[in-house]
Design a protein around this ligand. Structure first.
Ligand code: KIV
Ligand code: ZN
Length: 509
């Protein structure tokens, strides 16, 4: 029979602790709600003694979340334990997560104690935590560098004192998979009462092995995995839960384990965490990166269009993504061009594929990436010129007034007429420009993504802005490149507007 792997998410504790600015109560709650929706078994919601803000967040999360177990971190100190219990008191079933350094280096140089004292502290704090709940997790901090003898000793004592979960963290990300798996095997073989507790692992990613070490631990008998969404966490981060969950799903049979995660929620949760924590997801990040399901080479694109399984191990729909993405670049073949034309509702008899493909290659060489609406324009270029700019940015300025507000002035030319718009604002400049341009054009597009890249060029700093916006259920892109960030944003937005305008002309709408 397959064994269930308990998923403990620590995005709100280990993940948050690594952010430049701590999250507000509302933000933490939003993340907790999406973790609950995703079916996470245990949500480690914070370290309540660390700050009043963290305490409040945990209180709020404990009031709202009912389908995932709430857990809070505490050192092996009475006040930490009491405060953790108080913060979670509105939750029916909560877990207190105690931790204490067990490696020689932590015991001697951080805690300035001997190992016997560490065992005493462990046992007495587990007993204190049992006053509040019988769900106690004990973490042997820096277990990855703890001698196996000491590890076995303390684990046995912690279980005997009443800990139900024993967590083996590779706190500094030092371990490699076969050695880490071996630690779990030794615990299973040598600790006489190990069957009375769930073995958990918590791996950091300093050597890029956090996910591999977690899987190795599962193979050796670990039944709880700790990690974070998008791999956020101290230094190089924690094990990325979305990667472990999908590895388990794909290898369920050979690992003989399963999770009760709702996989369809993975992508959305990852986006929510990235947005709230203000940490962009690298494009090549496994499972949730924007390139994770997009294909670039012509051979791959052709293969995927014939049968997705040729180059895809995961159906993107499983994690809540709609479909495969083919990047339209000069490496793309005709198959990709035809695919997008069909997606936009054009039959092959509506256009000449040979002509379209050669125009496409020329544009792709010039521009790098081409989008679906560009294909549409190229296919019907007797009707419309690809490079036409309908709206042209003539002038842009912003002046800060003494009392604090900013005056934004934009001059656009459209159909040979010049239009000047001025707005005084105390709000975000980007928001103001966005509203001004929407007002001018009456195109109610929705900004979905803004990306900034700064490049040095002859001592100048060039700010390149990429925007993705939605209009009529289609994506439109815009690029702005100047030395000034705001001006690049305006350029990119005007670029989006021109692409929408061109699309509307072609569609006659
Ligand atoms: O990495 C670590 O050891 C931790 C513990 C508190 C579990 O985060
Ligand atoms: Zn950690």
């Amino acid at each position: 029979m397959k064994n269930k792997i308990i998923i403990l998410d620590t995005t709100l504790r280990d993940g948050e602790q690594a952010l430049k600015a701590s999250l507000k109560v509302k933000e933490k709650l939003k993340i907790a709600i999406s973790l609950e929706k995703m079916g996470v078994d245990v949500i480690e919601s914070g370290f309540p003694i660390s700050s009043p803000g963290d305490f409040k967040s945990i209180q709020k999360i404990s009031q709202v979340i009912k389908n995932s177990k709430i857990c809070s971190l505490a050192r092996c100190l009475e006040k930490d334990i009491d405060v953790a219990a108080e913060a979670m008191s509105s939750s029916d079933l909560f877990r207190i997560h105690l931790f204490l350094g067990t490696s020689d280096i932590h015991v001697k140089s951080k805690l300035k104690k001997n190992f016997e004292e560490i065992i005493e502290m462990t046992v007495s704090s587990i007993k204190r935590a049992l006053r509040y709940t019988d769900d106690i997790e004990f973490s042997c901090e820096d277990a990855g560098r703890t001698s196996l003898d000491n590890l076995c000793k303390i684990v046995e004592k912690a279980i005997h004192a009443g800990a139900k979960t024993i967590n083996i963290p590779d706190t500094v990300g030092y371990a490699i998979p076969n050695k880490f798996g071996k630690i779990i095997k030794v615990l299973k073989n040598k600790v006489y009462n190990i069957d009375k507790a769930v073995i958990s692992v918590h791996c950091h990613n300093d050597l890029g092995m956090a996910v591999a070490n977690s899987i190795s631990a599962i193979q050796a008998g670990a039944r709880q995995i700790e990690g974070t969404i998008n791999g956020l966490g101290e230094r190089a981060g924690n094990a990325a839960l979305e990667e472990i969950i999908m590895a388990i799903k794909l290898h369920e049979k050979s690992l003989n384990v399963y999770t009760t995660i709702k996989h369809k929620e993975i992508y959305k949760t990852s986006q929510i965490v990235s947005r709230i924590c203000n940490i962009a997801i690298p494009i090549n990040k496994a499972i949730v990166g924007s390139n994770a399901f997009s294909h670039s080479s012509g051979i791959h694109q052709d293969g995927v269009l014939k049968n997705k399984k040729n180059y895809e191990i995961i159906d993107p729909k499983v994690i809540g993504l709609k479909t495969v993405r083919l990047n339209l670049t000069s490496r793309s073949g005709r198959a990709a061009v035809k695919f997008y034309m069909k997606e936009m509702g054009y039959h092959e008899s509506n256009y000449n594929i040979d002509q379209l493909y050669s125009k496409f290659l020329k544009l792709a060489d010039e521009r790098g990436q081409v989008f679906d609406y560009d294909l549409e324009a190229l296919a019907f270029s007797d009707k419309i010129k690809e490079k036409i700019s309908y709206y042209k940015l003539e002038y842009f300025s912003m002046k800060k007034k003494i009392e604090g507000s900013t005056v934004v002035k934009i001059k656009l030319s459209f159909k040979k007429k010049k239009h000047t718009f001025t707005m005084k604002t105390n709000d975000s400049l980007i928001e103001t420009i966005y509203l001004l341009l929407k007002k001018l054009t009456n195109y109610h597009f929705l900004m979905k993504e803004i990306q900034l890249n700064v490049e040095k060029n002859n001592k100048k700093e060039i700010k390149k802005i990429n925007i993705r916006a939605n209009y009529n259920n289609r994506s439109f892109y815009g690029i702005g490149v100047t030395e000034d960030i705001i001006e690049s944003i305006v350029q990119a937005m005007v670029n989006v507007i021109n692409n929408i305008r061109r699309y509307k002309k072609i569609k006659n709408i």
